[in-house]
Ligand binder design. Structure first.
Ligand code: AMP
Length: 406
């Protein structure tokens, strides 16, 4: 159980409550193409409005590599959010985020009003030492603080962590929001208290990105399934020829260690037994490609594995069928290409059909599940790719740690 103060612990009436949301939504030509993160933020915002708080929202959007710009302004979010809330909100478009414009907007607020600040990364100081000043300026606007940005909670940034000590200094409360609570409940229960059998599925491109996740999940789960590009380093570590498949030679020893660890702990580690191969990586990624299927120990020297094969899909789906808890992070192949999406679809389908608790780590696997139309069949789809991975690694998330204990 999460032993942190939540939005329910704030006496919200008349208080200025700063809420860090994750409004980092995908945009195309200024239009929001996926509003999941906005929708996910609504329960906390609506609760605070209903209680009569003065709700000050902030978030980052995009990477903001070249300084503040209209393309990464939160203006489209303000518009969509206002529609979703069914009420006017005030958007402070000032690139300075805090300062005179923000202060004036907050001073004009009445109970139940909502103000959205500009993209926090426009300050360019979220993660540097200057973040200290920005943190203080954010805290100056508010009485209490709620972190509901699960997708950013693995970053010790000004608007996620820095702000909390200034809120504490002025006697305010730091809490987590409903989305954070939900994410942590699902991911935390799955990892720390799973109904067994617990099957974890990892895929995606690189072993190196998931070293600690593999190690931690091996200790917690009953069966660990590895597919996607990262599987080939494991296959090579077993002495198999993998042709031109994606490989990280510096991680061969690590893969052997993990296979030994699985054996010692009595855990099942499943790797692809057959592989969909092609002469080269598709270019463009969703372009036509000629494929064939071979057993995983028969990949020709001049070919590369780009998806799990049908026998593997059946093997993995079988493991999912007998599970009571499933956590999945990372596609089984180059799912962006329809010819190479079969393995990812088969796993998504197996998850959609099971009665087990199914949890999808964010990022590509969430996109794949939604794209394939299985979104509403999953118990929980995390809104945070990096954050859910760090959670699965067993790391403490700064955005959670910074909230006041109950
Ligand atoms: P990640 O960001 O680590 O979750 O990796 C996701 C990416 O891995 C997707 O863009 C996939 O196209 C890619 N991927 C999956 N399987 C393979 C593979 N066998 N070879 C190369 N890339 C792959």
């Amino acid at each position: 159980m999460l032993n942190k103060k939540t939005v329910d612990d704030i006496q919200a009436k008349g208080r200025r409550v700063l809420v860090r949301c994750d409004f980092n939504v995908p945009l195309k030509n200024g239009e929001i193409t996926d509003e999941t993160r906005i929708v996910a933020a609504l329960p906390t915002i609506n609760k605070l409005i209903a209680e009569g708080a003065r709700v000050i929202l902030c978030s980052h959007l995009g990477k903001v590599k070249n300084g503040p710009n209209e393309g990464e302004s939160l203006a489209p979010v303000a518009k969509r959010l206002s529609e979703k809330l069914g009420k006017e909100i005030v958007f402070v478009s000032d690139y300075n985020v805090t300062g005179e414009a923000a202060t004036k907007a907050v001073e004009a607020m009445k109970d139940g009003d909502v103000v959205l600040l500009q993209n926090t990364r426009f300050r360019g100081s979220e993660e540097t030492k200057n973040g200290e000043q920005f943190s203080k300026e954010l805290a100056d606007l508010a009485d209490d603080y709620v972190c509901d940005a699960f997708g950013s909670s693995h970053r010790a940034h000004a608007s996620v962590e820095g702000v909390t000590k200034f809120i504490t200094a002025k006697g305010g409360t730091n809490a987590v929001g409903y989305l954070m609570q939900k994410e942590i409940d699902f991911l935390g229960n799955a990892v720390e208290n799973p109904v067994r059998p617990f099957v974890a599925i990892l895929g995606g491109a690189k072993v190196a990105d998931k070293l600690n996740v593999i190690s931690n999940l091996l200790e917690k789960c009953d069966t660990l399934i590895i597919g996607g590009g990262m599987a080939y380093t494991f296959l090579k570590a077993q002495g198999k020829g993998i042709g031109e498949s994606l490989v990280d030679d510096s991680k061969l020893d690590y893969c052997r260690e993990m296979m030994d660890k699985a054996k010692k702990l009595g855990k099942t580690l499943l790797l692809p037994i057959d592989t969909t191969i092609a002469a080269s990586f598709p270019d463009p990624i969703d372009g036509p490609i000629e494929i064939s299927v071979v057993d995983s120990d028969k990949i020709p020297a001049d070919k590369q594995g780009l998806d799990i094969g049908p026998k593997t899909a059946e093997l993995f789906a079988g493991a999912v069928k007998s599970a009571k808890t499933v956590v999945w992070n990372g596609p089984m192949g180059v799912f962006e290409n329809p010819t190479l999406a079969a393995g990812t679809i088969a796993v998504a389908k197996a998850l959609a059909e099971t009665e087990a608790t199914t949890i999808i780590g964010g990022g590509d696997s969430a996109a794949a599940v939604n794209q394939l139309g299985f979104g509403d069949k999953m118990s929980h789809i995390s809104t945070g790719g990096g954050a859910s991975l760090e959670f699965l690694e067993g790391k403490v998330l700064p955005g959670v740690a910074a909230a006041d204990d109950k």
